[in-house]
Ligand binder design. Structure first.
Ligand SMILES: Cc1cc2nc3c(=O)[nH]c(=O)nc-3n(C[C@H](O)[C@H](O)[C@H](O)COP(=O)(O)OP(=O)(O)OC[C@H]3O[C@@H](n4cnc5c(N)ncnc54)[C@H](O)[C@@H]3O)c2cc1C
Ligand SMILES: Cc1cc2nc3c(=O)[nH]c(=O)nc-3n(C[C@H](O)[C@H](O)[C@H](O)COP(=O)(O)O)c2cc1C
Length: 590
């Protein structure tokens, strides 16, 4: 399962000033690891951070950690015999296609040398000729110089102050050695500060040299769920961290990244220059699956669940993957970083517990993401949350000016750090009434998203029925996973409580949707453990008209939308239905 396991630190030593190398005996991780992949390193009671695998020796795994901040500093205080949590390997590493007998140039800046050391070992084993260009500010910061030499790499050094090798940056050294016409080498692989890699990629692009880039972004779930690591609609944690430079060309690579809230921030300094906006997309008609709910026309009733896409480009990509609508991450009034890691674990196959803590860039910064997503021409549902009545109203008053089609009120997150609104029925009714008043005056329908965590979700639904236009159920189911040997919660938030999603909640979700549909006369949006057309069919029969897919994206990828649509069309025609809406509420008919 995808949870941290505790490993003993076998050996630790400084590899250069500020960087320590930690070695663990971890046979399973060692066997599975590829150069360029990373581990999530858990410091219990504190944080969990992504760290590249810097080497694998038989059954031992090595990582190199630079002491740059709070968590890395505390890890540096650990010695041999201490325990750290590890899980992984995660992500996509370097591609070794066609490397035999080829000339590969590795360009590293700072601790970027770490994944390249492991890559160099595998390249040499495969008969490649390896040139290593290592850059650092000064000689004492140069990482793994002797290791690369011992492996048989040809090593060149650049230091900013000239204390060792070439005086200048590693990019200048690259130009000095190869000129701007780099055809002397077959491929360039690079890892280091992003502005450095960006400059290398500009040179290799002009020379048409294949280049692989190891990118860093904020990694939270490490599993392709939360989209915190988004780069141009790609998830660094699963589709990277190593990308072909061509893939990154139309993204924000080298220009800006996102902080822990998802807010756009410059890579170095200066302005945030937007890369190209996505082209207009026209979704295809789908007569068997088209639906009209709350006066909105959906080409098909499938959409992502809230929390699985933060960026406009990811929402756009979900629409292009076949979703009939898209739902944003829950957005609050102000930017929020969410909870410390671990934030997402797998407790059973395809069943997860998360405690993201609603990280989001805040409603004002979110307009640009909505505008990008809307280029996909599918209905956009903006999910919002407030900490009090005032916040809810402020957010909705801003949101109604954005190009959105519906508003989903997340009143049911079990790990937000404040009391979920569904637990305060009086306030819930007041907020839904006031928010709906504002939204309705702009002709925007309101969906209220509830969970199965209250004693009677159907009762909660009936309370808001008068003012809401639809009910969405279910949010994640509260749970507190514990690390048994330490006897402490695994999740990084103060309470240790998260929410279960995926396979395990489908059954309860279907029951709750049935009960809600029995109790209210407004449409129901189903969410919770939808992995197949059968799940959609069950939820529809229970009374749902629209269907949100979350955790299945983690285990099945974005193809899930086309797969379920194909299965569903087949299932409907086999049973003689002309349109999916004919199934809605079937289980209630006597
Ligand atoms: C794929 C990948 C591979 C990496 N490989 C290495 C490596 O081999 N060696 C190395 O020294 N560093 C590596 N890093 C960077 C390393 O993860 C950060 O330096 C580390 O998270 C900083 O934590 P901190 O608390 O010490 O720093 P602080 O600056 O104190 O961090 C502040 C907060 O930001 C969070 N944070 C900062 N960066 C990240 C991140 N990328 N993902 C999630 N949370 C983050 C921290 O968890 C903390 O909550 C890698 C990063 C990525 C994305
Ligand atoms: C990583 C993650 C982040 C989530 N973030 C949100 C969120 O921001 N707002 C929200 O209403 N629900 C959020 N949820 C809950 C989902 O939208 C959905 O209700 C739940 O995961 C059940 O659906 P599933 O079983 O298909 O995943 C999140 C769930 C996960 C796993």
């Amino acid at each position: 399962m995808n949870v941290p396991d505790l490993y003993r630190i076998e050996h630790v030593e400084y590899a250069c000033e500020g960087v320590k190398v930690f070695r663990f005996h971890a046979p399973e991780i060692a066997r599975a690891s590829q150069p360029g992949q990373f581990l999530m390193v858990w410091l219990p009671r504190h944080d969990e951070i992504p760290i590249s695998i810097s080497d694998v020796c038989e059954e031992d795994v090595e990582i190199a950690i630079a002491d740059v901040g709070d968590c890395t500093h505390r890890i540096h205080e650990k010695g041999a015999g201490d325990m750290l949590g590890l899980r992984g390997p995660f992500g996509r590493g370097f591609s070794f296609e066609n490397v035999h007998r080829s000339k590969i140039c590795l360009v590293a800046g700072g601790y970027g040398a770490a994944p390249l050391k492991f890559a160099a070992r595998r390249l040499i084993e495969r008969g490649a000729r390896v040139y290593v260009l290592l850059g650092a500010s000064t000689e004492s910061n140069l990482l793994f110089v002797d290791d690369f030499k011992r492996m048989g790499c040809e090593v060149r050094i650049a230091t900013d102050d000239g204390s060792s090798g070439f005086k200048g940056t590693v990019v200048e050294l690259f130009v000095e050695l190869f000129g701007y016409d780099v055809r002397y080498v077959d491929e360039v692989w690079t890892c280091g500060p992003e502005h450095m890699m960006y400059r290398i990629c500009s040179i290799t692009k002009n020379a048409a040299i294949k280049t692989q880039v190891a990118v860093e972004r904020i990694i939270k779930c490490a599993s392709g769920a939360c989209d915190s690591c988004d780069i141009g609609g790609l998830r660094v944690c699963t589709e990277g961290p190593v990308f072909d430079a061509d893939v990154l060309r139309d993204t924000e690579f080298g220009l800006w990244k996102r902080d822990e809230s998802g807010m756009r921030v410059p890579v170095k300094t200066g302005n945030i220059i937007s890369p190209a906006t996505p082209p207009i997309f026209i979704p295809e008609d789908d007569p068997m699956l088209e639906s009209n709910v709350c006066g909105i026309q959906f080409k098909n009733p499938l959409m992502n669940a809230s929390g699985f896409a933060v960026s406009g480009k990811m929402l756009y990509r979900i629409a292009k993957s076949g979703a009939g609508a898209v739902v944003t991450k829950s957005i609050g009034l102000h930017a929020s970083h969410g909870h410390p890691n671990p934030t997402f674990i797998e407790i059973e196959p395809q069943t997860y517990v998360n405690a993201m803590g609603l990280p989001n860039p805040g409603i004002n910064a979110y307009k640009i993401e909505i505008e990008e997503a809307k280029r996909a021409n599918v209905p956009l549902i903006l999910s919002i949350f407030g900490r009090d009545e005032n916040e809810w109203l402020k957010i909705v008053k801003i949101a109604v000016n954005y190009p959105i089609d519906m508003i989903e009120l997340n009143v049911s997150c079990p790990h937000s750090g404040f009391k979920a609104l569904e637990n305060d029925p009086e306030l819930l009714c007041k907020v839904v009434r006031k928010v709906s008043y504002v939204a309705h005056s702009h002709h925007i329908p309101v969906v209220v998203k509830i969970s199965a965590n209250t004693a009677d979700p159907a009762y909660i639904a009936s309370l808001v029925e008068k003012h809401a236009d639809a009910i969405c159920a279910v949010n994640t189911l509260a749970s507190k996973p514990v690390e048994r040997s330490l006897g402490i919660p695994i999740l990084g938030n103060p309470s240790g409580t998260g929410g279960i999603s995926g396979k395990k909640i489908a059954e309860i979700g279907k029951k709750v949707v049935f009960r809600i549909a029995e109790n209210v006369g407004i449409p129901v949006v189903a969410v919770g453990g939808i992995f197949s057309a059968k799940d959609v069919f069950d939820y529809a029969a229970a009374g749902a008209s629209l269907f949100q897919i979350g955790s299945a994206i983690v285990s099945r990828g974005l193809l899930i939308f086309e797969e379920i649509k194909n299965e569903l069309r087949k299932m409907l025609s086999e049973k003689g239905y002309k349109n999916v809406s004919e199934v809605v509420g079937m289980a209630h008919k006597r």
